[in-house]
Design a protein around this ligand. Structure first.
Ligand SMILES: Cc1ncc(COP(=O)(O)O)c(C=O)c1O
Length: 378
């Protein structure tokens, strides 16, 4: 089946009892058993719930994976992956990742004896230099949040295979519509479903997809043992949204490309980051692993006064923390999404106080451009 067909049907058969075409929200904490010891598919909703199971199957199919394991948030999904490790283990992680992921690795996992090296994953030499005998996992996010830096997935997956460690790719910005890391040999693909997969800024969720039966078993155990699971209603909202994922992603992509082309030569803008621009440094990588560029465009102004003025004047774009919704949003990364990254690290990587991340929605492009135009005026 094609991607759009799977987005509508994979994991979502008609409901058996009534024939309902839309899978019901199974609001049940527990399921009755005919007799003691009976072999039943559902016992207790922390362990499995039919609506969650449908979501897990749906996203797994879209990523080209065998198993999906859903969590209550994107960071809960990251935490569950980190829980595969033990005290004394070491992780190599890309230096540019979402601020909450940075916080989890840098400020939280240490107390469980898991250490992290933040590296530029551009070259095999950089990865090799960070490798230790205790290294168990390598973690990337491509494109990165918020600077849209691309990492070569083949390179990282190959490095992990040669060294017998687990590779993880956060695919939140691309979604499986534009990029499928498992097909490049990545072991675990991760999403914040709070973003494009749910797409309407109304739920928080996360999911991990894998082809490995062993990792699936371990992650399922973590899911059950820790209990950071999404509600049936949140799973249903995400399933409903996934049906329109191809249409939404295409429109996000078209609008974001139009915004990037419109802004890239503007005199008030010092730097612009969008993988779809012809001069993006990751062009060769994009050609290998992406079929589109997504809906996020980051821009840097020359000074903070202009940045503040722009944020204040925007009307259609809401100033808020998230991205990936149908509505256009804007984020000041230094004080919002990446405030947990120390200032010196932020500045060194390019997340300055003058950087603004635009999550371009699927409104009419004329309205989006006219809002940006008026916000750029003095
Ligand atoms: C790329 C990326 N990964 C993971 C997360 C964490 O997801 P959540 O906010 O659902 O916990 C985010 C959140 O912004 C993100 O942007």
């Amino acid at each position: 089946m094609g991607f759009a067909t799977d987005a509508i049907h994979a994991g979502q058969p008609h409901e058996k009892v009534t024939g309902a075409v839309s899978l019901p929200i199974f609001m049940a904490s527990t399921f009755a058993q005919d007799e003691l010891g009976a072999d039943v598919p559902y016992l207790y909703s922390r362990v499995q719930n039919p609506t969650r199971e449908a979501l897990e199957k749906s996203i797994a199919a879209l990523e080209g994976g065998l198993h999906g394991i859903a969590f209550s948030s994107g960071v809960a999904a990251v935490h569950s992956i980190m829980s595969l490790l033990s005290a004394g283990d070491h992780v190599i992680i890309a230096e540019e990742v979402y601020g909450g992921t940075f916080r989890l690795f840098e400020q939280y996992m240490g107390k469980y004896g898991i250490s992290s090296s933040f590296v530029n994953p551009d070259s095999i030499e950089n990865l090799q230099d960070a490798l230790r005998s205790e290294t168990k996992l390598v973690y990337i996010e491509t494109p990165s949040n918020p600077l849209l830096k691309l990492t070569d997935i083949d390179l990282v997956a190959g490095f992990a295979k040669v060294n017998g460690i687990i590779s993880v790719a956060d695919n939140t910005f691309m979604t499986p519509y534009f990029q499928r890391p498992l097909s490049h040999g990545i072991d675990l693909v991760l999403h914040s479903t709070s973003k494009y997969l749910s797409g309407h800024s109304d739920i928080i969720g996360g999911i991990v997809v894998t082809n490995s039966d062993t990792l699936n078993k371990k992650l399922r155990f973590n899911q059950k043992a820790v209990g950071a699971i999404p509600s049936p209603f949140d799973c249903w909202l995400t399933l409903r949204s996934v049906k329109t994922l191809p249409l939404r992603m295409q429109k996000h992509n078209d609008n974001a490309l139009a915004v990037a082309l419109y802004l890239h030569a503007h005199p008030k803008i010092k730097n612009i980051y969008y993988p779809g621009l012809p001069n993006h440094p990751g062009k060769a990588i994009a050609q290998k692993q992406m079929t589109g560029f997504g809906g996020v465009v980051s821009i840097e102004f020359h000074d903070f006064a202009t940045t503040k003025h722009f944020l204040k004047k925007l009307k259609l774009f809401s100033l808020c923390e998230s991205l990936g919704g149908v509505e256009s949003m804007v984020n000041h990364s230094a004080t919002m999404s990446h405030s947990s990254v120390p200032a010196d690290k932020r500045e060194a990587s390019g997340i300055t106080g003058n950087l603004v991340r635009l999550s371009v929605g699927i409104e009419d492009i004329e309205d989006i451009l006219s809002d940006l135009t008026q916000a750029l005026e003095d």
